[in-house]
Design a protein around this ligand. Structure first.
Ligand SMILES: NC(=O)c1ccc[n+]([C@@H]2O[C@H](COP(=O)([O-])OP(=O)(O)OC[C@H]3O[C@@H](n4cnc5c(N)ncnc54)[C@H](OP(=O)(O)O)[C@@H]3O)[C@@H](O)[C@H]2O)c1
Length: 341
């Protein structure tokens, strides 16, 4: 395993983080078996993965982790969780954090992230106000002072959001967790990566396999397995067929290098200097093993350049500012937001 350092006094996080949305969110990912999850957590921690990502919004994920992490030394784990909702004032955020800590059976979290900025066109039904940004800064700063969190982080924050924070806020807000993969590069091409880099913030790349699309498991004409994939714009036409051209290249490179497509896709993400860690979701020890191996994979530059090219070509077919889950993927809705057949 290799590690990155986030934050000024150095939180050392593994390049592959274990994403646990699927551990607890039956609505998005179907049922899990606790014994499988235990094997995955044990394998991760025994093989150098020290970074685990969860959220208060991931069903019973926090409770499950609370149970499965018992017996491990707290200092050996870097635990990231997230707060949702529409209010970011200190009292509200602290009350929610204390509930997360109770479920996790811990007395601090290493990285506490604001899960989503409020956006009027999404489920929040309202946009962020100036007060919200000051509240986030104030809450994170005070929770850090109190020792309840080691660092604060953001998630899904775009450039116009980030620009609203005072500069001092980036002393406590050290990461932006964003969707980032060969088929989702908005946060790079829209300038978020440059903004973060200039302020010492790093990306935590979520859905680095595009929820499984980049593994090559979902062929044209096949069906996505889980509700969250069905809701993902990438798994819906006409976007799927265009994204599939990128997947075909990933499969071709994997065949030439005699590795798995998922490993090629992950290695590409880890090549990007803005990425501290790729947060991969898995309930399979075998897949986790492959993902960990991807850290050491050496992909010749010519393949990386070619993947970069097809990836950017695909990206340019999508309208800027798009979210991966827009709530409704009917063709007429997609057409309205600029995705033509
Ligand atoms: N901040 C946010 O808003 C946000 C949003 C989404 C996700 N996240 C975080 O990011 C994590 C990962 O994202 P994600 O789960 O959406 O997407 P992902 O990691 O890109 O993909 C997960 C899917 O890939 C499969 N998979 C994993 N490794 C594989 C391998 N080596 N070969 C074949 N299939 C493989 C998994 O199935 P198996 O279980 O069968 O391996 C699962 O179906 C989440 O758990 C969560 O922690 C954050």
């Amino acid at each position: 395993m290799k590690y990155s350092v986030i934050g000024r006094d150095g939180l050392r996080v593994s390049k592959i983080a274990l994403g646990t949305w699927s551990f607890g969110s039956v609505r998005a990912w179907g049922e899990s078996r606790l014994e499988d999850l235990k094997k995955v957590v044990d394998y991760a921690l025994d093989n150098g993965v020290n970074f685990i990502d969860t959220a208060e919004g991931y069903g019973s994920s926090e409770e499950i982790l609370g149970e499965l992490l018992k017996g491990y030394e707290r200092e050996d784990i870097v635990l990231a969780t997230k707060v949702g909702g529409k209010r970011f004032d200190y009292e509200t955020v602290k009350a929610r954090l204390l509930k997360s800590l109770e479920r996790l059976q811990m007395d601090y979290v290493d990285l506490y992230q604001i899960h989503w900025p409020k956006m009027k066109h999404l489920w929040h039904g309202e946009d962020m106000t100036e007060k919200d940004y000051l509240d986030i800064y104030d809450s994170m700063f005070r929770l850090k002072e109190e020792g309840l969190i080691r660092y604060g982080g953001l998630s899904n924050f775009r450039l116009h959001h980030l620009k609203m924070f005072p500069d001092e806020a980036f002393k406590v807000l050290v990461t932006n967790q964003v969707p980032y993969s060969l088929v989702w590069r908005f946060y790079e091409v829209e300038g978020v990566a440059d903004f973060c880099r200039a302020r010492g913030m790093l990306f935590l790349a979520y859905s680095p396999l595009a929820q499984g699309l980049l593994t090559g498991r979902f062929k044209p004409g096949g069906k996505p397995l889980y509700p969250t994939q069905k809701a993902n714009i990438l798994f819906n036409e006409p976007v799927f067929s265009r994204a599939w051209r990128v997947v075909e290249e990933v499969i071709r490179v994997a065949e030439e290098l005699d590795v798995k497509p998922a490993q090629v896709a992950l290695r590409w993400v880890l090549e990007q200097d803005i990425v501290a860690s790729a947060i991969v979701g898995t309930r399979s020890v075998e897949h986790l093993r492959e993902n960990i191996e991807a850290v050491e994979l050496n992909i010749p530059r010519r393949y990386l350049d070619m993947l970069n090219k097809v990836s950017l070509e695909f990206q340019s077919t999508l309208p800027l500012g798009l979210e991966m889950w827009i709530g409704n993927n009917r063709p007429e809705v997609l057409e309205k937001i600029g995705i033509k057949k």
